[in-house]
Design a protein around this ligand. Structure first.
Ligand code: NAD
Ligand SMILES: O=C(O)C(=O)C[C@@H](O)[C@H](O)[C@H](O)COP(=O)(O)O
Ligand code: ZN
Length: 359
C-alpha cells in the first residue's frame, strides 16, 4: 500500500477514508473479531467482490457473497429483505459485518442492511465509483428508495472505515466518472473553490482516472464532506449544505424512474439552485453562470424538459429538507457561502426552472 492518503472523519464514531491504489489488504484490519462478513456486490463488480472475499478468508473471516441488482434496482426494500434473509440463514451475529463493494447504490444498500441487522453491525464500503469515493461511501448516510421518492427510508450509520481504491476506477465507464464529478463540483461551490479552478483549468485532466488532477479532486472533495459530517452526522443543520442541488435532482431521478445517473441529475439541480439564488437576489450572475459553464465543460447535462415542471414540483415536496408545506433549498450567498432559502413561492421556483429548460 504505497502512497495512501488517510482522511479522518471525526464525530461520535470516527473513522478514516483511505485513498490510494490496491487497498484491499487494509480491509481485515478494519473488522477485528469478525468471524463472518457479507460481501454485497452487483454483477459488474463480481471479480473484485471475489478478491475481497479471498482477502477476508485469508485473514480468518468467512465471506458470504451476496449478489444484488445493479445500480438503483438494488436500492429496494425487497432486495434489503433478501439480504437480511441471507444473514439470518448464515447466523450472522453482532460481531459479524457487511462489506459493500461497488458504486454509491450498492454501498447505500450495504450500509442500510448493516444498520438494521440486529439494530446495527459494522460495515465497510469498498467504493468503486468516483461518486462513491467522494460522497456516497463517506458520511454514514445509508438508505433505499421508495415509490414516493429517493432515499426516503434509511439510517445514519457510519462505517468503520472506507476504502477508496483508485485502481478500481480503471474499469469505471467514462460517463460514470463524469457523473461523479458533479458532486466534486458541488463541493467546489459550497466550500472549496480551488476545486473549480482545477476543473476549469483542464476539464479533460479531471476525467482522466489515472491522472494526478483526478486524485487531487477526489481528496479535496472527501475533505469537504468529512469536515461537514464530523460536526453534524444526523443533518440537524450544517450537513444540509451537502444537499446543494439535490432538491431538484432527486425529483428528476424519480421522474425518470431512477434510470438517470444521480450525478447527472445533480448537475441539473446545481444549475437550478444557482438560478434560484440569483433570482432571489442572493447570488451574483457570474457565479450562477459559472455552474452551467463548469458542468458543461465536463460533459454533464444542465437542462431538462419544460413540460416536466408540475411533476418535479410535486416530487420536490417530499424532499427531506421540507418542513410541512414549506420547501427549503440550499443556495449560495456567494462562492463557498452556502445558506438556506426558506419557503420560496411557486412563482420563483418556476421562474428559476425556466433557466434549466432545454433550449
Ligand atoms: N449516502 C450518501 O451520502 C450518498 C451520496 C451521494 C450519492 N449517493 C447515492 O449513490 C448512488 C449513485 O452512485 P454511483 O454514481 O456510484 O452510481 P451506481 O452505484 O449506480 O454505479 C453506476 C454504475 O457504475 C458501475 N460501477 C461502479 N463502479 C464500477 C467500476 N469500478 N467498474 C465498472 N463499473 C462500475 C455500477 O455497477 C453501476 O452500473 C445514488 O443512489 C445516490 O443516491 C449516496
Ligand atoms: O451526505 C449528505 O448529507 C448529502 O446530502 C450528500 C448527497 O450528495 C447525497 O446524494 C445524499 O444521499 C442525499 O441525501 P438525502 O438525505 O437528500 O437523501
Ligand atoms: Zn448526491
Amino acid at each position: 500500500m504505497d502512497d495512501v492518503t488517510r482522511i479522518p472523519v471525526g464525530g461520535e464514531r470516527p473513522y478514516d477514508v483511505l485513498v490510494g491504489r490496491d487497498l484491499l489488504g487494509a480491509l481485515p484490519g478494519l473488522l477485528p473479531g469478525a468471524t463472518r462478513a457479507a460481501v454485497l456486490h452487483a454483477p459488474p463488480l463480481k471479480a473484485l467482490a471475489d478478491a475481497v472475499g479471498e482477502r477476508l478468508r485469508a485473514a480468518g473471516v468467512e465471506p458470504l457473497a451476496i449478489e444484488v441488482p445493479d445500480a438503483e434496482s438494488g436500492k429496494q426494500i425487497d432486495v434489503a429483505a433478501a439480504c437480511w434473509d441471507r444473514l439470518g440463514a448464515a447466523g450472522f451475529t453482532r460481531t459479524d459485518a457487511v462489506v459493500g463493494v461497488g458504486g454509491g447504490a450498492v454501498t447505500d444498500l450495504a450500509g442500510f442492511v448493516a444498520a438494521c441487522w440486529l439494530r446495527g453491525v459494522r460495515w465497510v464500503p469498498v467504493a468503486t465509483s468516483l461518486l462513491g469515493m467522494v460522497d456516497a461511501a463517506v458520511g454514514g448516510k445509508t438508505g433505499i428508495n421508495t415509490a414516493a421518492g429517493k432515499n426516503l427510508v434509511g439510517a445514519f450509520h457510519p462505517p468503520v472505515g472506507v476504502l477508496a481504491d483508485l485502481a478500481t476506477l480503471d474499469s469505471l465507464p467514462a460517463v460514470d466518472l463524469a457523473a461523479g464529478l458533479a458532486e466534486v463540483v458541488k463541493c467546489g461551490f459550497i466550500a472549496d473553490p480551488a476545486i473549480l479552478d482545477l476543473v476549469e483549468r483542464d476539464p479533460a485532466a479531471a476525467t482522466d482516472a489515472r491522472g494526478p488532477a483526478t486524485r487531487e479532486l477526489i481528496e479535496r472533495a472527501i475533505r469537504v464532506k468529512a469536515d461537514v459530517v464530523a460536526g453534524d452526522l444526523r443533518e440537524s443543520g450544517v450537513r444540509e449544505v451537502l444537499n446543494y442541488g439535490h432538491t431538484l435532482a432527486h425529483a428528476i431521478e424519480q421522474n425518470e424512474g431512477y434510470r438517470w445517473r444521480h450525478g447527472h441529475a445533480v448537475a441539473v439541480g446545481l444549475v437550478y439552485a444557482a438560478a434560484l439564488a440569483r433570482l432571489a437576489g442572493r447570488l451574483d450572475a457570474p457565479t450562477a453562470e459559472r455552474h452551467r459553464v463548469t458542468l458543461t465543460a465536463l460533459g454533464l447535462p444542465v437542462s431538462y424538459p419544460a413540460e416536466a415542471w408540475p411533476r418535479l414540483l410535486a416530487a420536490m415536496r417530499v424532499d427531506k429538507k421540507a418542513r410541512g408545506a414549506r420547501l427549503r433549498f440550499v443556495v449560495l450567498d456567494g462562492l463557498a457561502r452556502p445558506a438556506m432559502l426558506e419557503g420560496p413561492d411557486d412563482a420563483l421556483l418556476e421562474a428559476a426552472y425556466q433557466e434549466v429548460c432545454a433550449r
